[in-house]
Design a protein. Sequence first.
Length: 260
Amino acid sequence: MEVVIVAGPVEVGAFAAGRIAEIVAAKPEAVLGVATGSSPLETYRALAARRDAGLDLSRVSAFALDEYVGIAHDHPESYHAVVDREVVQPLGLDAARVRVPNGLAADLDAAADDYEAQIAAAGGVDVQLLGIGGNGHIGFNEPTSSLASRTRVKTLAPATREANARFFDSLDQVPMHCLTQGLGTILDAKRALLVAQGASKAHAIAQIVEGPVSSMWPGSVLQLHRHATIVIDEAAASELTLTDYYRYTVEHRGVVQPGA
Ligand code: F6R
């Protein structure tokens, strides 16, 4: 696991966008995994700036991590609408290549299986962008989610509904259920890139980076990923123990001495 500590939220977004841009430059038809919520917004802003500077994202495909169940796709807080507003439009993606789980399906289990099949048919996700909940969830894999889980229906934890109430007029309006990629689905992405900013994420970051792999802190499953990068600002890093080591590894990246 690579841990990159930068000054603040803008630098988190700039670093993550740089990583994604490298992948797209090498593979213009890359498959991106996209997250919603506040955490990735600076990354999308930085990617939009790179697009203005010439980065072509028109051939990439994208798969959203999750969607609420029972919310109209044109509701402004549905993840269909959020992905269109925050990702597709500013980055100039081709909407026909962007998928979001169908939380309105009559058969949600079939919709979940179909989503897995669509990801597989696209050749898998090249880079999965992730945020993290204060309780350690990634996607909407709440604590005690199976580490091997696939896309499925989950009940949102009360803490998650409370955190997301800021996007709705009241807590009552926050859906109770979602369709989310599983932890096993996320692990299948070729690269994972988790971004977090602010002190409210510091405890979860410390748990998933330096704690044991445990379904109690679902993001800790990234310790099992071969190419996971955690990009955090100083505040989100404030409960980590090995910060000097993470800074040291970043300083010495790319200067491996033969025989060392
Ligand atoms: C959203 C998602 C969630 C969020 C997490 C953090 O697609 O999968 O895991 O990343 O709830 O949300 P924010 O960034 O709003 O704090």
